[in-house]
Design a protein around this ligand. Sequence first.
Ligand SMILES: Cc1cc2nc3c(=O)[nH]c(=O)nc-3n(C[C@H](O)[C@H](O)[C@H](O)COP(=O)(O)O)c2cc1C
Length: 302
Amino acid sequence: MSKIYFAPMEGITTPTYRKVHKKYYGGIDKYFSPFIVVTSTHQLKKRETREFDPFEENLVPQVLTQRGEDFAWAANMLKGMGYKEVNLNLGCPAATVVTKGKGSGLLRDKDKLRRFFEEVFTESNLPDISIKTRSGFIYHEEAEELAEIFAEFPFKEIIIHPRVREEFYQGSPNLDSFNIIKNKAKCPVIYNGDIFDINRLTECYDAEGKEGIMLGRGLLRNPALAEEKEFDPADKRLPAYLDELYDSYAEVLSGDRDILFKMKELWTYLITGFHDKKEEYKKLLKSTTAADYKAAVRGIIG
Ligand SMILES: Cc1cc2nc3c(=O)[nH]c(=O)nc-3n(C[C@H](O)[C@H](O)[C@H](O)COP(=O)(O)O)c2cc1C
């Protein structure tokens, strides 16, 4: 069976979320932290530090930066904390990130991208380095040149979300560009994109996901997806998972408002498994207190 990774999702797959998911559900070989922004000052904000400190087993911290030198600094700092692998974000499509030449913005200028990696790999003693990339900035045809660049460097793994930046999360993943990069790669290649149910997951095991699969939104919709279980609205773990997530957020956030924001964001994915609960879901979205929220959840999951 292929390895399964939990995708990084900013604001959602927080240390709190990961702790609770791990407790109730299995099947995940590695979790990835949402991106940690690293600038040339090498000073991390407290909020960023919390993404990877204290040390977490099975976690790969992900770094978002525009200079190879800064990435190498972060990788060595994370290695010092005990992390064996560090991941580079080459996928974030947000305009604020891309205009600074970070995330998928690094894919735009291929010479600059190559120089970025040259700078990284001049460092000695690095941890394993993996990348999570899109298959192009504007066109899928860019995959050819990206494949050549990626094959020049000793990555541990390449995770590909085969959409270009311009697509954000629209349209369908482009399997041709995925295969172009995969066929030239000198390391295992992991597939990521739009795996939402068991049929698609098992189909992927024998095809593009042979060397590994990364699941994102599918796991938010169905936290048992990596166990190869179809979403079961009556799964006994679901109320406990949601309660513990709420209580764990209450320990680190101040006030119902912030906790409810987190829970409602998760529910935008989870609700896809409850087809006849429109009215109850409206109540959940309107809730402004813990009591109203919990009553609405009971209305949905019984
Ligand atoms: C809300 C949200 C936040 C995300 N944050 C990150 C991130 O911090 N780092 C990253 O590499 N990808 C991020 N992604 C992209 C996901 O990791 C993943 O590549 C994408 O959702 C496609 O996979 P999926 O179809 O399985 O969800 C984010 C996606 C979403 C929807």
